[in-house]
Design a binder for this molecule. Structure first.
Ligand code: KG4
Ligand code: ZN
Length: 354
């Protein structure tokens, strides 16, 4: 199975320097690692989408084009690394928005040609999962042992993944319709809250009663998820209550948010518990944008404590899209000799891990 050389390199060798580039959605990011240690992680978020209530792909790729050069140079400057010192360039190949990915992929290829360094293509989802392996100077290094289970929850994906080593992933369950982040965002939109909805709902939910209202939970066999029904249940709930009282939302927003957030977390946890039972694996990590949700973080921590799991909850800065996670996933592939050529095209959908 997994050989330790991938995780821990030969101590006599100098630690590899990896430049990571992430541009799959609306954040342009570049990071530099020496071995697993993070030297820099620069991010440029795109505010332009806020007024449209969602990411506008065309605007996203244009903003990436403006941001990519300054973001990469800043990451190198902050790390104190010159381009010729880089050992490999890791970039997000997919999944994501095609136009956005194309900017990062093209930039990585151009840089690779100009400094004559190898490329490593990274699956964005593997990046989220492997973010637990980023080492930070002055902080305790705590990462999952293999095999572990990862609950991957983002705006585009909701999956339970078995991770046997940094190169071998098996998707045990996935959503058959909306991703959980999408459910947060769509519900928030329906309630007239801003975009992205997840963080706003999280904030309001913290002041509300999660037991006050009940929303329908899906019944999907196995370890797969479904979230579109929760959104529909909320839609009917709002419609019916507004008929009775036009001010209902204003007076009950915190309780509504707390209740439907709890419903989403219950659904996530039900299948995760099932996966732990089925596999017997008690090392459990979460990752992706929704792993920033305080309700989910608390719930994973408390369930873990109750059931004797070892849980891994990422720091907030590693929950959203960032290049540090791409660099660390790239590092493992680089150590295994999995470098790629200039012919790799971006992929918008990654149905499975490779
Ligand atoms: O991983 P990510 O940054 O991008 C994708 O790869 O999709 O995830 C973005 C998603 C959005 O749907 C956003 O609403 C959600 O993560 N999100 C949250 C929170 N922070 C971000 N959802 C719930 N609670 C949060 N605190
Ligand atoms: Zn992501």
């Amino acid at each position: 199975m997994f050989s330790t050389f991938v995780l821990r390199k030969d101590r006599n060798m100098a630690e590899e320097i990896i430049l990571g580039i992430e541009s799959s959605c609306d954040d342009t990011s570049a990071a530099v690692l020496r071995g697993e240690t993070l030297l820099s992680n620069v991010m440029a978020s795109q505010e332009v989408h806020r007024r449209y209530g969602g990411v506008v792909p065309e605007l996203a790729s244009r903003a990436h084009q403006q941001n990519i050069v300054p973001v990469v140079s800043q990451a190198l400057d902050q790390a104190g690394v010159r381009p010729e010192q880089i050992d490999a360039i890791a970039y997000t190949r997919g999944p994501g928005l095609l136009g956005s990915l194309l900017v990062g992929v093209s930039f990585a290829k151009g840089l690779s040609l100009s400094i004559n360094k190898p490329l490593v293509d990274v699956n964005h989802l593997q990046g989220h999962i492997l973010s637990h392996f980023i080492r930070q100077e002055g902080k305790e290094y705590r990462c999952p042992q293999f095999p572990f289970l990862a609950l991957l929850v983002s705006g585009g994906h909701s999956q339970i993944v078995r991770v046997d080593d940094p190169l071998h992933f098996e998707v045990l369950g996935r959503t058959i319709d909306d991703a959980v982040g999408e459910a947060f965002d769509k519900c928030a939109k329906l309630l007239g809250l801003g975009y992205p909805g997840g963080p706003i709902v999280d904030k309001l939910a913290a002041q509300g009663d999660p037991e006050r209202f009940k929303f329908a939970k899906p019944h999907v066999p196995g370890l797969d998820y479904s979230f579109s029904g929760v959104k529909t249940s909320l839609l009917y709930f709002v419609r019916d209550r507004l008929k009775e009282d036009p001010d209902f939302m204003q007076h009950n927003m915190n309780d509504i948010c707390a209740s439907f957030q709890k419903t989403l977390i219950d659904v996530l946890m039900d299948k995760l518990l099932k996966a732990v039972k089925q596999t017997g694996i008690k090392q459990v990590a979460i990752g992706g944008g929704v792993s920033a949700n305080s309700g989910l973080r608390n719930r994973i921590a408390s369930e873990g404590e109750k059931r004797g799991w070892t849980t891994f909850i990422p720091e907030f800065k590693f929950t959203t899209d960032n290049a540090a996670m791409i660099a660390v996933a790239g590092l493992f592939k680089f150590r295994a000799g999995l470098t790629g050529g200039l012919d790799a095209a971006p992929v918008s959908r990654a149905l499975d891990f490779k």
